[in-house]
Design a protein around this ligand. Structure first.
Ligand code: 5GP
Ligand code: ZN
Length: 113
């Protein structure tokens, strides 16, 4: 999708600090980090949100989830981390390309705001 900012990041049309990439996913540092480590994990395929996932995306999203522990290990989050998805208006999703926030290196609070 040409107007999507995360598609542009995946295509390297706009710069980002990429920490991991393969043929299916990209991981890059969030522009406004909410923790000492805050990266975004996205599928390269444009999927607007969790609400837009199709059965055909099962393998892709399963793959992304299985990669989380490797990314966390690479970022030295051995003490734990939080994985967050914001979906839709009430979820405060601002970028309409499915992404998972991986946050770490600080003690999180619960419930989230
Ligand atoms: P959301 O609120 O949609 O769950 O999260 C979107 C995230 O994308 C925010 O944490 C925001 O800081 C980040 N973000 C928005 N635009 C850019 C950008 O151009 N580059 C990077 N690296 N992060 C961005
Ligand atoms: Zn996109």
């Amino acid at each position: 999708m040409t107007e999507c900012i995360f598609c542009k990041i995946a295509n390297k049309d706009i710069p980002s600090k990429i920490v991991y990439e393969d043929d299916r996913i990209v991981v890059f540092h969030d522009l406004q980090p909410q923790a000492p480590v805050h990266v975004l994990i996205i599928p390269k395929k444009h999927i607007s949100s969790m609400d837009d996932l199709q059965v055909e995306d099962t393998e892709l999203i399963g793959y992304l989830m299985v990669k989380v522990k490797d990314i966390a290990a690479e970022l030295e989050l051995e003490n734990g981390y939080r994985l967050v998805n914001n979906c839709g208006e009430d979820g405060l999703q601002t970028v309409k390309h499915l992404h998972f926030h991986l946050l770490g290196k600080r003690k999180m609070t619960w419930p989230p705001g």
